[in-house]
Write a protein that binds this ligand. Structure first.
Ligand SMILES: *[C@@H]1O[C@H](CO)[C@@H](O)[C@H](O)[C@H]1NC(C)=O
Ligand SMILES: *[C@@H]1O[C@H](CO)[C@@H](O)[C@H](O)[C@H]1NC(C)=O
Ligand SMILES: *[C@@H]1O[C@H](CO)[C@@H](O)[C@H](O)[C@H]1NC(C)=O
Length: 380
């Protein structure tokens, strides 16, 4: 027989004291946690917050969708006068602008002639070394920041020398109509940029190459921002070989044996191949580059041709605008340009344009009917 034990009795004042103790401990730990969060906030945002954002924002967005223009620039925007004319009279609900410039560089009356760019720089920008992984980190920061606005449904990455080849409404319709991203991506069997040390995380058959200048749908922008695995492999094993420096003697010879890799020509393409997203892409870019073949013979390979006032002739621009397919030699693949299954010209933007060349686009009325006041309109 078991004797039934009486329920344990605790004096009331004891219960109260215990309650207070719990409350005290809880508040102290909450306070400590809050302090910790506060302290770490700048490092958390915005990349680490991406998962919460992916779940809560942007999906099933029902308002006017925005096209986000992401400018990756060295310092200022030398072609701001052309972009200013491009954005003039456009419904502000249809676009947004983000700029990644060097840390501390502020876009205001003293650094740009266009109010569209005032304070559009990222606050947490980083120092970018061209051809190194900081470049793709800067790209990811741009996408992460733009994802914070659920209205942003398409994202286009541009450089400081990029120009639009059409007016806003044409470009907006083109990109909004496409349920796919535009990512130039191909297999280049001849090149040795793949580093076997990336295996097994990145197998050789997923290694891709392509233009850095991409246009993404929101879901793909989230994949780019949420990636932690592929970016860390790139940081470790995709590094640019330092340029030849004979003054360094033996050290130079050793440096020249180093594996050569340019992160921004492989990262997004390889990441999307790894995520089986290639069937959701138009595998080409919307940004035209003319390659300067006379520069191809030297050590650094192909270089983009820079358009000047003289070379940005209407005939040349119209030729670029009439291109309707791209041939990928290494894959024997012809990409007929389309958006939402409709055949369409390939290119919406072009690089690299000097100020003179951009001036000519403006005066030739490429992006809008020429309005001299756009040039004279000086902000204080
Ligand atoms: C924009 O450009 C397209 C194609 O070039 C043209 O059909 C359209 O009329 C232009 N729209 C405006 C508002 O200028
Ligand atoms: C894509 O094309 C289909 C079929 O032509 C059309 O019904 C649909 O509205 C288009 N989508 C967009 C976003 O324009
Ligand atoms: C093309 O490359 C050559 C050789 O590097 C260079 O001298 C020339 O300025 C380049 N032309 C343009 C327009 O970029």
């Amino acid at each position: 027989m078991t004797k039934k034990l009486p329920p344990p009795t605790i004096p009331t004042h004891h219960v109260l004291w215990l309650g207070w103790k719990i409350v005290l401990i809880l508040s102290v730990s909450l306070f400590t946690f809050a302090l910790f969060r506060l302290h770490h906030q700048p490092r958390l945002s915005p990349l680490a917050l991406s998962r919460e954002r992916s779940l809560s924002l942007g999906r099933g967005f029902s308002g006017t969708p925005k096209l986000a223009f992401l400018f990756l620039v060295r310092r200022n925007l030398p072609l701001d006068f052309l972009w200013s004319s491009f954005f003039e009279d456009v419904d502000a609900a249809k676009f947004s602008i983000y700029i990644h410039s060097e840390p501390g560089f502020v876009f205001d009356e003293s650094t740009t002639r266009s109010h569209f760019f005032y304070n559009r720089q990222l606050r947490d920008s980083i120092q970018v070394a061209w051809g190194e992984s900081t470049m793709i980190e800067a790209e990811r920061l741009l996408f992460a920041t733009a994802l914070e606005d659920p209205a942003n449904q398409r994202f286009v990455l541009l450089s400081d020398s990029c120009v639009p080849l059409y007016n806003f409404s044409y470009i907006y319709k083109y990109l909004m109509a496409s349920p796919r991203s535009f990512v130039d991506s191909f297999i280049d069997a001849k090149e040795g940029r793949y580093n076997p040390k990336m295996s097994p995380t990145i197998p050789r058959d997923k290694w891709r190459k392509g233009s850095q200048w991409i246009a993404l749908i929101r879901r793909h922008a989230e994949v780019l921002v949420d990636d932690e695995e592929i970016i860390s492999v790139f940081k470790n094993f995709c590094k640019r070989r330092p340029p030849i420096d004979v003054s360094m003697g033996k050290l130079n010879a050793r440096r020249q044996k180093q594996h050569n890799c340019i992160p921004d020509e492989h990262y997004v393409q390889t990441l999307f191949a790894m995520n089986d997203l290639e069937s959701e892409l138009e595998r080409r870019t919307v940004t035209y580059t003319l390659w300067n073949q006379s520069a191809a013979t030297n050590e650094n390979g192909w270089h983009p041709f820079t358009f000047t006032y003289m070379s940005a002739r209407t005939k040349q621009i119209n030729e670029i605008k009439s291109i309707n397919h791209v041939y990928y030699e290494t894959e024997y693949r012809t990409e007929w340009c389309s958006s939402n299954s409709t055949l369409i010209p390939c290119f919406l933007f072009a690089r690299k344009f000097s100020r003179g060349a951009a001036m000519r686009l403006l005066s030739d009325g490429v992006i809008s009917h020429f309005d001299a006041s756009a040039l004279l309109d000086s902000h204080p």
